[in-house]
Design a protein around this ligand. Structure first.
Ligand SMILES: *Cc1c(COP(=O)(O)O)cnc(C)c1O
Length: 394
């Protein structure tokens, strides 16, 4: 997006969210780039087909819809380039595929999104890439885990169940001394609350399924890279032709225009709910990066511009039946995976079974809450009744 002629001041983020990636002059004046469905692109002459220099050459390589989304997302992320893939997990896979080869070693945070862990165990291992998990609070201590063949460090800050905030800049500083690529799953904060490439991340992954889509009706992944990693990312993306569908990219563009409003509202509502939960006698601990007792809170304060609508709570010791009675009676809170939509969700979770580098011992049942755009008083009334069911069984 070009700057005004008379100033070098960059546009503010909300201005960029409204204008990035749009070219009405190329679309007969229409505000939005439409859905281009297309595989074949025609060439006017033999000379043109031999040279392949025209702007569009084949559907997998790019369309105006894909260009709109990718240029906008790269701009918002402060990246050299961006690609859109069919899901957040596909984005995770692509980031790992473009930074590893047989014989390499990868470091992954122990608090990682679980399907990322399964991808490493079931796929990377098969192709001769070894993995070591690390304590999410390790910071600069990551250097003690580097091996001669370490090619990438995969971070996710905060973890999307346990909410440890990692010191990604400190990890990146150590990794870059050894030419090791830093990958970050930035789905929770989004580039609006944590501009990844300003903080040393080489390749950032975002599940567009969450706040970019924002309506629980889209599956999409975005992968961005800085200057030094962009060619590698784009090349691997082209080898797989891992392209997202045009309707999905259009929905992502539509979501992007209001993303900051939804995110800010989710932040406010989630903070209100988290403070209310903290004061409840049934709750032992709230796991929310904006709370001073959340592991890595100081790092969050130093680098993040906000918090999103997802956090967890640790309940005091209650039976499984009591927790089930609490959750089964909820109407406004849906029970289901994913998050970042307009509606509230709650799910029980348990990290104890799969962690390997750290012990997860919360001391009570754990619940993850996604706070949507409903009236906070209604959400509180509903949980209040749920807590009564919890206590009644005990
Ligand atoms: C949801 C999620 C993903 C995967 O996104 P999908 O589009 O559901 O595949 C990746 N990372 C994190 C942190 C997520 O929450």
């Amino acid at each position: 997006m070009s700057r005004p002629n008379d100033t070098n001041t960059p546009y503010g983020i909300t201005t960029r969210l409204a204008h990035a990636g749009r070219h009405p002059d190329e679309q007969f004046g229409f505000v939005n780039t439409p859905i281009y469905r297309g595989s074949t692109v025609l060439y006017p002459t033999v000379d043109a087909i031999n040279k392949r220099e025209q702007r569009y050459t084949y559907g997998t390589k790019g369309t105006p819809t894909a260009d709109s989304l990718n240029t906008a997302w790269a701009e918002i992320s402060g990246a050299a380039g961006s690609v859109a893939v069919p899901s957040g997990l596909a984005a995770v896979a692509l980031a790992l595929l473009c930074t590893t080869k047989a014989g390499d070693h990868v470091l992954i945070t122990d608090s990682i999104y679980r399907p990322t862990r399964v991808f490493a165990a079931d796929f990377l291992a098969r192709f001769g890439v070894s993995v070591t998990y690390f304590d999410p609070m390790i910071g600069a201590g990551i250097s003690s885990l580097f091996q001669d063949n370490t090619s990438a460090v995969f971070t996710e800050s905060p973890g999307s169940q346990s909410f440890e905030v990692q010191d990604v800049p400190a990890i990146a500083a150590e990794a870059h001394k050894r030419d090791i690529t830093v990958i970050m799953d930035n789905t929770w904060a989004t580039p609006l609350f944590f501009p990844p490439h300003e903080h040393g991340v080489d390749i950032a992954v975002e599940a567009g399924t969450k706040y970019l889509g924002g309506h629980s009706d889209l599956l999409l992944g975005m992968v961005t890279a800085n200057e030094s990693h962009w060619k590698r990312l784009r090349n691997t993306y082209d080898l797989f032709a891992m392209c997202a569908g045009p309707e999905d990219m259009f929905l992502a563009l539509r979501g992007m225009r209001t993303m900051h409003l939804r995110l800010k509202q989710a932040e406010q509502q989630a903070l209100a709910m988290a403070h209310w939960m903290k004061a409840r006698p049934e709750v032992a601990k709230v796991l929310h990066p904006a709370f001073s007792d959340c592991p890595g809170h100081e790092t969050w304060k130093q680098y993040f511009k906000g918090s999103s609508g997802l956090f967890s709570v640790v309940l005091k010791p209650y039976s499984d039946q009591a927790v089930a009675a609490m959750l089964d009676g909820l109407e406004l809170f849906g029970m289901g995976y994913s998050w970042g939509g307009f509606e509230s969700l709650i799910v029980p979770f348990d990290c104890t079974t799969y962690r390997t580098a750290t012990k997860w011992n919360p001391g009570g049942p754990t619940l993850r809450l996604q706070i949507g755009l409903e009236d906070v008083a209604d959400l509180q009334r509903e949980l209040d009744a749920g807590f009564a069911r919890l206590r009644a069984i005990g």
